[in-house]
Design a protein around this ligand. Structure first.
Ligand SMILES: Cc1cc2nc3c(=O)[nH]c(=O)nc-3n(C[C@H](O)[C@H](O)[C@H](O)COP(=O)(O)OP(=O)(O)OC[C@H]3O[C@@H](n4cnc5c(N)ncnc54)[C@H](O)[C@@H]3O)c2cc1C
Length: 247
């Protein structure tokens, strides 16, 4: 049985018609950057809960979640309709393995996200650990439209703090821009544009790659990187590629 604590919405950011972030006050147990936790609402006689990545760093308040509204999904639309002051259930404990504690070695950390998959990576980048462990960090944020590139201020803040070691590579697939790579992440890996923009290449020795977002991106990127000699990261067999699927 899920252990819920009563939380309260304290703020809301509406990025687009289908992308929303909620800031929530709730007393949850300590968690690791990159983990997810369930949010829940009473719907009829039932408590409906779904997992969401924590965007805030451990110890940072309020808790922050960003999510897409899934048409006909029972929870996401209802969460998006909440406003400051509204109650929301939060599971007492977070979980998940998309965390730096599951990764060994490496000089370069690649964080590849589509859509709301940016969330766990921002949590990780707000902590000291990645900056202590890796020489170079590349954050890749892919979206269909420029307006869907969430958290630009947070990312600008990271750029300002870590200018010499941090590369941010946005991709926008459905409109042309003068700043983002065109198309999707797998294409930018295949044609070399991603590595050119990042200023480093993928290698089995140096790269540790975390992926989060669209299932097709996860599949295609893993396949491309495996062809390049990288391996899936497993506890029993440490490798290069760690993945989180949202659906
Ligand atoms: C470990 C984990 C972490 C997650 N973290 C996040 C997060 O940080 N942000 C977030 O937006 N979602 C996240 N999700 C997905 C989230 O839990 C819900 O599934 C989603 O919000 C839809 O909820 P729903 O009840 O409205 O519909 P559901 O009944 O959960 O989903 C209905 C259908 O929508 C599709 N779907 C689910 N999520 C998405 C999505 N994000 N985009 C497009 N289609 C989707 C699936 O095909 C699913 O069968 C995560 C899922 C997992 C397993």
């Amino acid at each position: 049985m899920e252990q819920w604590v009563q939380g309260r919405v304290v703020g809301k950011t509406v990025w687009t018609e289908r992308l929303v972030s909620l800031q929530v006050d709730a007393g949850i147990a300590p968690f690791e950057a990159g983990q997810f936790i369930k949010l829940g609402l009473e719907i009829g006689a039932e408590t409906v809960g779904r997992p969401y990545s924590l965007v805030n760093a451990p110890g940072e308040h309020p808790l922050e979640f960003c999510f897409s509204i899934v048409p006909d999904g029972p929870l996401s639309g209802r969460l998006a309709a909440l406003n400051a002051g509204d109650p929301v259930l939060v599971a007492s404990h977070a979980s998940g393995f998309l965390v730096l504690g599951e990764i060994t070695g490496g000089r370069h950390l690649w964080l590849l996200a589509t859509g709301t998959g940016i969330g766990p990576f921002l949590s990780i980048l707000k902590t000291a650990e990645p900056w202590q462990r890796f020489e170079r960090i590349v954050l890749v944020q892919a979206a269909r439209l420029t307006s869907e590139l969430m958290y630009r201020d947070t990312i600008d803040g990271l750029k300002a703090l870590h200018a010499d070691r941090f590369a941010f590579v946005p991709l926008v697939s459905r409109e042309s821009t003068d700043f983002a790579l065109p198309g999707r992440i797998p294409l930018a890996i295949e044609n070399g544009q991603l590595e050119a923009r990042a200023g480093i290449g993928f290698s089995a020795a140096d790269s540790r790659v975390m992926l989060c977002g669209n299932p097709q991106m996860l599949k295609d990127v893993q396949q491309l990187l495996i062809e390049r000699g990288l391996r899936k990261n497993r506890r029993s067999e440490p490798g290069n590629i760690s993945v989180e699927r949202y659906w």
